[in-house]
Design a protein around this ligand. Structure first.
Ligand code: PNS
Length: 177
């Protein structure tokens, strides 16, 4: 008996882009699930100067590398800064077959749909949407930043490297104020 043909060849690359400020357990879950589908996942961290951020790009990349390692995903998931320019150009450069994004709700879908359609139009790059795991669907980086900034508990929504970096950044901000 022959084994079934794989849908995607082993080693297919997908890109999980975002600002990851901070990288949450929801993001880690997406990376883990994408890696189970594709051979290799590149977490692409955007500079995103337009967003009011907390962690700088180097810190975010370091945190993600540590979280990936701690989760045992180092063999299939890697982190890279997203160069300035179009995401589809980065996809082409690294030979990625698709973009992966998470969806928690309809609001996410409204935000994602135009970008996915544009990326498909520009370069034929498809977007694979993964529904967020129900236990993590309340987590967003912006809310984590807000809650943490107001003194709320966020550690159970973050990989430990992220929680540490967030605490350090908030302490630094308080020190400067
Ligand atoms: O986590 P975010 O901040 O919602 O991620 C947004 C991201 C990085 C996916 C988006 O800003 C992006 O794709 N930036 C790269 C620039 C680009 O290609 N823009 C056109 C997209 S249609």
């Amino acid at each position: 008996m022959t084994s079934p043909d794989p849908v995607a060849p082993a080693g297919a690359v997908v890109v999980l882009p975002g600002s990851f400020d901070p990288f949450t357990l929801g993001h880690l879950d997406l990376a883990r699930r994408a890696a189970a589908i594709a051979g290799r996942v590149v977490v692409a961290v955007s500079h995103n100067p337009s967003k009011r951020g907390l962690l700088d790009l180097d810190t975010r990349c370091g945190v993600i590398a540590e979280a990936i390692d701690a989760d045992g995903l180092g063999g299939s998931v890697e982190v890279r800064p997203l160069p300035a320019g179009l995401l589809v150009d980065f996809c082409r450069e690294i030979g990625a077959r698709a973009v992966v994004r998470g969806l928690r709700n309809q609001v996410d879908l409204s935000y994602e749909e135009p970008m996915a359609r544009m990326n498909a139009h520009l370069a034929g790059v498809d977007t694979m949407f993964l529904l967020s795991s129900p236990a993590l669907a309340h987590i967003s980086s912006s809310l984590v930043r807000e809650v943490a900034g107001l003194g709320g508990a966020v550690d159970d929504m973050l990989p430990s490297a992220s929680a540490r970096a967030l605490r350090a950044a908030l302490a630094e901000r308080e020190h400067r104020a």
